[in-house]
Write a protein that binds this ligand. Structure first.
Ligand code: 4AD
Ligand code: MG
Length: 445
């Protein structure tokens, strides 16, 4: 009996009879010879139906197959370097074909479709080569991030999604009715991470996070996944070391495992090969100086307007893009103004107007992919900030407890999965980096 295989393994079966199960990606040929490009989720292979070698009724079924019809095919594997597919280079000479379902007319054809149309068909669009490649790279990025931390002494400790209080700014909270009480979807796992860090030393959480952000940009999702490490007795400089090592490892793993996928999405691989530690580290002060100099030198009026910045202002996308363009690797910007960052960030000694924060900006215009900081570990200062921001101390009692029972200096960061995937894959928008994007104007399908 023929062995049931996954197409990704086809090269191991040269000369053997195999069975593959999947969907018709494309069909060409005429008369007595039909070429069926079959995808099974793991890969794609050309299956050749030759009238002479098949049952006549089965050949007629092969001839009538429509795009995305589901089939079970048995045949012999043979090497042929011209054979298309993933991995390609092998085809299957069909001896037996069973139709599972003849597909109705498939709405997504090889012709160009508009983005809105494709997003509405997202449940089907996932089957296209490009989406297949992107989401496989996403899975590898998740695995690489987790492997890196698991292998370096971190423990995965999950944090809740339903929370009683804000973790970041209150303006982007998603409110829920929790049996008559207000509750919120987590903007971050960080505050719980800090408690977990006190129990386990080095921890991370990885889960979906939510921001009711009225931003309609190519970098913003309403629901996105974030990986957040938190480390006891850690300084900002040590934190940057971890970020740098993690990001380099992620890129290295994608390059090692996804040549084929990177080719499908036409990613410039040389740009990725350049991503090795160390990354440049510049202060916010220096970043502003660089931007102001660039502003002076810029002649294009439109660009000039975008680049204008005064010390104390947060960066917008054009600033992040311009800064990142000054380097061919990701660049750290540290010590942002305290006023533009979150309530839990440690002020710099002797200069409380700036804080021990660091963002990592990705090259090629992808902007901030990581935000992190040293956390305030003294009780009084944290209480003062919570009060001043009007957050309401009651919901933070447990968080303040962490500063009463063996408080230690600590630091952590959050890396946005979708922004990382968009950058690594070189995509124009984050919407293709997640299976089902939640955007300002979209929650379907
Ligand atoms: O800079 P952020 O808001 O940092 C935090 O939430 C910290 N509590 C993390 C920590 O220190 N544990 O978000 C971190 C990252 C950003 O750099 C970005 O990559 C991603 O999360 N991110 C978003 N990604 C997609 N859509 C959005 N609306 C995002 N907001 C943040
Ligand atoms: Mg940030």
């Amino acid at each position: 009996m023929a062995e049931l295989i996954q197409i990704k393994d086809i090269a191991q079966y040269d000369g053997q009879e195999v069975t593959v199960r999947g969907w018709v990606y494309n069909k060409t040929g005429k008369g007595r010879l039909q070429f069926i490009l079959l995808r099974d989720g793991s890969g794609q292979a050309q299956c050749v139906a030759f009238k002479k070698e098949m049952d006549e009724a089965e050949f007629e079924i092969a001839k009538a197959l429509t795009q995305e019809s589901s089939v079970i095919i048995t045949g012999s594997v043979r090497a042929d370097e011209r054979a298309p597919g993933f991995p390609g280079g092998f085809e299957i000479g069909i001896s037996k074909l069973e139709l599972v379902q003849q597909s109705e007319e498939y709405p997504i054809t090889p012709k160009e479709h508009g983005t809105e149309f494709l997003m509405n068909q997202r449940h089907l669009w996932l089957r296209s080569n490009r989406q297949w490649a992107i989401l496989r790279i996403r899975a590898t990025i998740v695995k690489a991030m987790r492997d890196y931390l698991d292998d370096n002494g971190f423990l995965l400790v999950d944090t809740p999604i339903i929370t009683p209080a804000a973790g970041e700014e209150t303006t982007t909270l998603f409110e829920l009715d929790y049996f008559g009480d207000p509750a919120f979807l987590a903007q971050t796992g960080q505050l719980y991470n800090e408690a977990n860090m006190m129990a386990f030393g080095k921890v991370y959480c990885f889960g979906p996070t939510f921001r009711a952000e009225k931003s309609k940009t190519r970098r913003h999702l309403i629901e996105f996944w974030m990986l957040e490490p938190e480390i006891a007795f850690c300084s900002l400089e040590e934190l940057m070391d971890v970020e740098e090592a993690l990001v380099s490892y992620v890129v290295e793993q994608v390059l090692a495992k996804h040549q084929q996928e990177l080719e499908i999405i036409e990613r410039d691989i040389d740009k990725l090969k350049a991503i090795t530690s160390p990354f440049a580290r510049i202060s916010y002060d220096e970043a502003v100086e660089r931007l102001q100099k660039l502003h002076t030198e810029t002649e294009d009026e439109e660009k000039k307007k975008e680049l204008a910045i005064e010390w104390g202002e947060d960066f917008g996308s054009p600033h992040e893009t311009a800064l990142a363009e000054m380097f061919d690797k990701p660049v750290f910007v540290y010590h942002y103004p305290t006023a533009v960052k979150a309530f839990y960030m440690t002020p710099v000694e002797g200069r409380p107007e700036i804080c021990r924060s660091v963002d990592l900006l990705a090259p090629e215009g992808y902007g901030e992919i990581i935000g992190g900081s040293e956390r305030i570990h003294e009780l009084e200062l944290l209480e003062k900030n919570i009060d001043e921001m009007g957050l309401g101390r009651e919901a933070y009692e447990w968080y303040l407890d962490l500063r009463k029972f063996g408080s230690v200096p600590h630091a952590g960061f959050g890396i946005g999965l979708e922004r990382t995937v968009a950058w690594v894959c070189g995509l124009p928008h984050v919407r293709e980096t997640i299976p089902y994007a939640r955007l300002l104007n979209r929650k379907y399908p």
